[in-house]
Design a protein around this ligand. Sequence first.
Ligand SMILES: C[S@@+](CC[C@H](N)C(=O)[O-])C[C@H]1O[C@@H](n2cnc3c(N)ncnc32)[C@H](O)[C@@H]1O
Length: 218
Amino acid sequence: MSSPAPPDDCEGEGSGGRSLSYGEAEYWDARYVEEGGAPYDWYQRYDALRPFVLRFAPPASRLLMIGCGSAHLRMDVRDMSMFPDESFDCAIDKGTLDSLMCGVDAPLSAAQMVLEVDRLLKPGGVFILITYGDPSVRVPHLNQPGCKWKIVLYILPRPGFTGKIRRHVLDPVPLTERGRLPDGFVPEDPDSHYVYACEKMQGLTCSASPTVERQGEE
Ligand SMILES: C[S@@+](CC[C@H](N)C(=O)[O-])C[C@H]1O[C@@H](n2cnc3c(N)ncnc32)[C@H](O)[C@@H]1O
């Protein structure tokens, strides 16, 4: 089953019809019990994401799937201390950071998650973040002091979008030096999904600004 629609606000329905926030663990626990483990694709189906997984997580990679929800291993993404430093080649998040952004203390939660992902990745490892957040609202969270990412951005229309896409969706969209979309760039689908491929730069770094791979920009 596929759910192309991102949470366009932060409210979902909990038990007894009570409104709960996507930022609350209670919401997700209730939802997974209700669904009885039925598969559910948020945002994009695997066939659309497969090229990114193959590109950034070759078959032998040690891969961390963040926020996979109903899995048996339960862990808060803000504290993944059961894993040692630099133990993964790739980490993939689809929708978890977005959920944290609905919670209380969202900026703190986002910072904790990003710093944990940075800690767990080997140098040169890649964090693939799939989100409905455009660079103006996601790059600042990726840009934690102590993290240095080389970010490459892709923009995918939501499944079922019938408008014309003027570019190849597997081509990166250039980012400005500040990590924003180029002036005048408007995604064809206003409900697009953003795929940030964030490579953890080698060596000990401490940077307040991300390294953004710029294309077509002087
Ligand atoms: C929008 S769903 C996406 C689920 C899954 N990643 C996918 O793409 O199908 C958000 C997921 O984030 C998980 N989540 C939310 N807050 C979390 C937290 N603090 N720690 C771990 N997982 C969390 C929820 O359990 C839920 O599975």
